[in-house]
Structures are given as structure tokens and as C-alpha cells.
Design a protein around this ligand. Structure first.
Ligand code: ATP
Length: 333
């Protein structure tokens, strides 16, 4: 199998800072791949290493099976969409999009025709004569996309491309980006610190922490089977139990996690099937559901309760149940 991008034991250190630390990574061709992690975990540095704007301190990067050492950014079949769009304010939209072709020396007629085609692809037909300042944030984002796609990269790198958009527009652009990737069939590598975004868009995602990849896999696997406490905490909200607590529920001394949506709450603490009982500590209204946190003695367990059901009051004694396989045992801390 050909990988669009492959990291072999790649590190990038800046003095004492290990921005990227012994990363192995394989990104399958034609997939939507997300890099998810907190600020400073090394995601942007990885993108810069793929694009060729930065070089590894050690290790090797292959792009479509070709070693990338010594290959300049413009020869890598890779292009980047930046969070701030980096559009030229004095150029109109068409010339912004065609910029990469101009640098390459393509003729004007060809450049314009290609730019118009890309503008149509991102649903901006007829916007070619406008200046970036005459566009909305979402439209500017699309121009940046068109500009990155115009020289037909085989890999598109997107660094927090939706970070500047408000929630509604962000959700709309998430769907558009996903559908664009599917239509073009090229590889997208998408950096985000928003776990919902990564889970909903990616075919596969890597979770970063402190310059390392802690888990990589399809969204469902990352969400349902977090390998470490860090992943369980960072991806969605989870009840995380230390080994002393886990042993009460599963008879093994391991770290474990339990998603709130798998926990049911009953007002009858003595009902059959109750696995833990305790007093309601707090409730949090989320619109479609209510998160109820219960102190079960030594640990808090949060359950997701339907908003339509009666809400237990803080202090009330309740019982909690979950399916045995909902409690996920983790490989390591
Ligand atoms: P964010 O989500 O905030 O963009 P990130 O996960 O993309 O974060 P990076 O930008 O890759 O993280 O940075 C990883 C670490 O490397 C950080 O501690 C950062 O300060 C450091 N770093 C990045 N570039 C440089 C540089 N040129 N010189 C020194 N340190 C750097």
C-alpha cells in the first residue's frame, strides 16, 4: 500500500523543546486524516515537516514513497491552507487563487481559467473581481482553499482552517470540506484542537500529546477505546477511574473509562442491577440532556440523563447502572 505520508521515527527539537518526539505515522492515500491535540502538542510542526517548510532533527519522512530529504516545498505535491488564510489584500480573488500558477510561470489565460474552475469548486462563482476585504470570513476561507488546490496537490494540509469562524459557519464548512475531500479524492491532513471536529470529519485521527502520538485510529475506536487516560479525557468527556476504583466494578486493578452516555440513573438505589449508588453532587443542563454527577464514595460518576425525565435534586440518593462492556479498561496510564 502506498502511503501519502509516512513518518519514520521523526523528531524535531528546538533546543530543549521536543516539539515532535519520535513520531511514527502512516497516512493512507485518499483519506481525511486529522491531527488532534492540545496547544503546543506538535501538530503544526508535523504539518511544517510534511510541507517542507521545516526539517526533522532526526528520522525520515516519505511522501508517496519518496524520501523527502532535500525536496523543496514546491516539489512535494503538497499544499497548505493556513488558519489566517494569508490572502494578498491588494490582489483580487481570482489573482489570489491563481498566484501559485503565476509563480510557476503559467500563462494568463490558463491561470484565469484554472482560478475560475477552483472558485466554482468552492462555490464562489462570480467572486473573482472582489478584493479579500469585500468577503465574509467563510468566503475568505474558501478562497484560501481554492488557492491551495489550484496547482492540484495530492495532499492538502489544513492548519486549524476553521478556527476563525463562528460556530454555525464552522459546522457548515466542516460538511463542505468533508464533501470536497470526498469529491476530489485527495488526501487531507487536518489539524485541530477541537475533538468534535476531528471525530466528525476524519476517517482516521492521531491524538497528540507533548510531541508524541498517543493513539491513532478511526474516530469510533478512539472514542470508545481510549488507550490512555489522556485520550479518554481529551476526546469527549469521560469518567476516568483509577485502579482502586476500577477494581470495585470490574475486579481488575487497571485504569478504566466510562462514557456518561452509557450510564443510566435510577431514583431507586436498591433496584436490581444497580452497580453503584450515591448522592447527587451536581446537575448540568445541556439542552437535549442533563449531566448528573453522583458521588459514589471515593469517586464521582457522571451520567447522561434525558432532559425529558424528572431531574434528581442535589443530595438525592440514586443508583447507577451500565452495561458491563461499557466500562473500558485501558492499556496504560
Ligand atoms: P497549536 O494548537 O497551539 O498550534 P501545536 O500542537 O500545533 O499547537 P506546535 O506549534 O507544533 O504545537 O508546537 C510544539 C512545541 O514546539 C511548542 O512548545 C512550541 O512552542 C514549540 N515550537 C514550535 N516552533 C518553534 C520554533 N520555531 N522555535 C522554538 N520552539 C518552537
Amino acid at each position: 500500500m502506498t502511503f501519502a505520508v509516512e513518518f519514520q521515527d521523526v523528531s524535531r527539537h528546538f533546543g530543549d523543546i521536543r516539539a515532535v518526539d519520535h513520531v511514527d505515522l502512516q497516512i493512507a492515500e485518499g483519506t481525511f486524516f486529522a491531527m488532534l491535540g492540545p496547544s503546543g502538542s506538535g501538530k503544526t510542526t508535523c504539518l511544517r515537516l510534511i510541507s517542507g517548510f521545516d526539517q526533522p532533527s532526526s528520522g525520515h519522512i516519505r511522501i508517496f514513497d519518496t524520501p523527502s530529504e532535500g525536496v523543496p516545498p514546491n516539489r512535494r505535491q503538497v499544499n497548505t491552507v493556513f488558519q489566517d488564510y494569508a490572502l494578498f489584500p491588494h490582489m483580487n480573488v481570482r489573482d489570489n487563487v491563481a498566484y501559485g500558477l503565476m509563480v510557476r510561470g503559467d500563462g494568463k489565460a490558463h491561470r484565469h481559467q484554472q482560478a475560475e474552475e477552483m472558485l466554482s469548486l468552492v462555490k464562489l462563482d462570480g467572486f473573482g473581481d472582489r478584493k479579500p476585504a469585500q468577503l465574509s470570513g467563510g468566503q475568505r476561507q474558501r478562497v484560501a482553499l481554492a488557492r491551495a488546490l489550484v496547482n492540484r496537490p495530492r495532499v492538502l494540509l489544513l492548519d486549524e482552517p476553521l478556527g476563525a469562524l463562528d460556530l454555525k459557519l464552522r459546522e457548515q464548512m466542516q460538511e463542505e470540506l468533508k464533501s470536497l475531500q470526498q469529491r476530489l479524492g485527495i488526501t487531507f491532513v487536518f489539524v485541530t484542537h477541537d475533538q468534535g471536529e476531528a471525530l466528525s470529519m476524519a476517517d482516521s485521527l492521531a491524538v497528540f500529546n507533548e510531541g508524541r502520538i498517543v493513539q491513532v485510529g478511526p474516530p469510533q475506536e478512539i472514542y470508545e477505546k481510549p488507550r490512555t487516560r489522556f485520550v479518554a479525557d481529551f476526546v469527549g468527556s469521560s469518567n476516568v477511574f483509577d485502579p482502586q476504583i476500577t477494581i470495585r466494578f470490574a475486579n481488575v486493578a487497571r485504569w478504566s473509562s466510562l462514557r456518561p452516555e452509557t450510564v443510566s440513573l435510577t431514583p431507586a438505589p436498591d433496584a436490581t442491577g444497580v452497580l453503584a449508588r450515591g448522592h447527587v453532587r451536581s446537575t448540568r443542563y445541556l439542552g437535549s440532556s442533563i449531566r448528573v454527577t453522583v458521588d459514589v464514595g471515593g469517586a464521582d460518576i457522571t451520567a447522561q440523563h434525558p432532559a425529558s425525565a424528572p431531574v434528581p435534586q442535589p443530595g438525592a440518593e440514586v443508583g447507577l447502572t451500565w452495561a458491563t462492556d461499557a466500562l473500558h479498561l485501558m492499556d496504560q496510564d
